[in-house]
Design a protein around this ligand. Structure first.
Ligand SMILES: *Cc1c(COP(=O)(O)O)cnc(C)c1O
Length: 233
């Protein structure tokens, strides 16, 4: 498994897709480093990766502070429990991508207030409406965003979703719906809401996600190979 080659291949592929779509906007590639040790993450950072994502606070705490290669952004992309809020904030995330409830947003806002900080976030949407997934429904999200926009320590920077893992084409209509929602919310011009990032697309469905308008991909397996759970968990 050659990480540098995988990254090059992925970047070339993304560039080809964008040129086919006539898109000139910038795509942020977040390498999802869960289960992979510090040295592997450093290899990725030396091979053109600038953004990294982790989905578990404990694991991130064991790795992110120990990286010796500089990076642009650490993204928290997993389920955030209220009792881990302070720990995740200590890691200075570029984005917390997984704000999935009003309660979590309020707790984040209050925790940030205590340390006089602000945090950029994405609003997670459960676009596939699977019970196992977190996130707002399409029906409730616009009201939720209006509410969260009043939390002055949080800055909403866009939307995030996880597609249907089984079949990438099944996710295409969900991704299309996410893009419409993204544009609708942008058009509302809500104060303190800046629809900059549409985070969708993983190793198996990033082509579909890009075709439907994603501008932020979260990719693990296609860079690092299959994950083996256990060792670094
Ligand atoms: C693990 C994970 C990814 C990356 O998945 P791959 O299929 O390995 O690319 C992306 N987003 C989230 C939220 C994840 O937990």
């Amino acid at each position: 498994m050659n990480i540098a080659e995988n990254i090059k291949h992925l970047q070339d592929n993304i560039a080809d897709i964008l040129s086919r779509l006539n898109r000139k906007d910038e795509i942020t590639l977040v390498a999802v480093t869960k289960t992979h040790p510090v040295e592997i993450i450093e290899t990725a950072l030396q091979s053109g990766i600038e953004h990294i994502g982790e989905n578990r606070v404990q694991e991130a705490r064991r790795k992110i502070p120990f990286l010796k290669v500089p990076y642009k952004g650490f993204h928290f992309i997993g389920h955030l429990q209220s009792n881990k809020i302070n720990q995740v904030l200590e890691l200075k995330p570029f984005l917390i991508q997984s704000v999935h409830s009003l309660e979590l947003a309020k707790k984040l806002h209050l925790a940030l207030g205590r340390t006089n900080r602000t945090q950029d976030i994405l609003i997670q949407i459960n676009s596939s409406q699977e019970f196992s997934k977190n996130g707002f429904s399409f029906a409730e999200v616009t009201n939720a965003i209006c509410q969260i926009s009043t939390y002055s320590n949080l800055h909403i920077k866009g939307l995030m979703t996880i597609g249907m893992l089984a079949e990438p084409e099944v996710s295409r209509p969900l991704f299309a719906r996410m893009k419409s929602l993204f544009e609708e919310i942008k058009a509302l011009a809500i104060p303190n809401v800046d629809m900059q990032y549409l985070s969708m697309g993983m190793s198996n469905d990033y082509v579909q996600a890009l075709e439907e308008g994603s501008n932020m991909l979260r990719i693990g397996t296609a860079i690092f190979g299959e994950r083996s759970y256990g060792v670094n968990e």
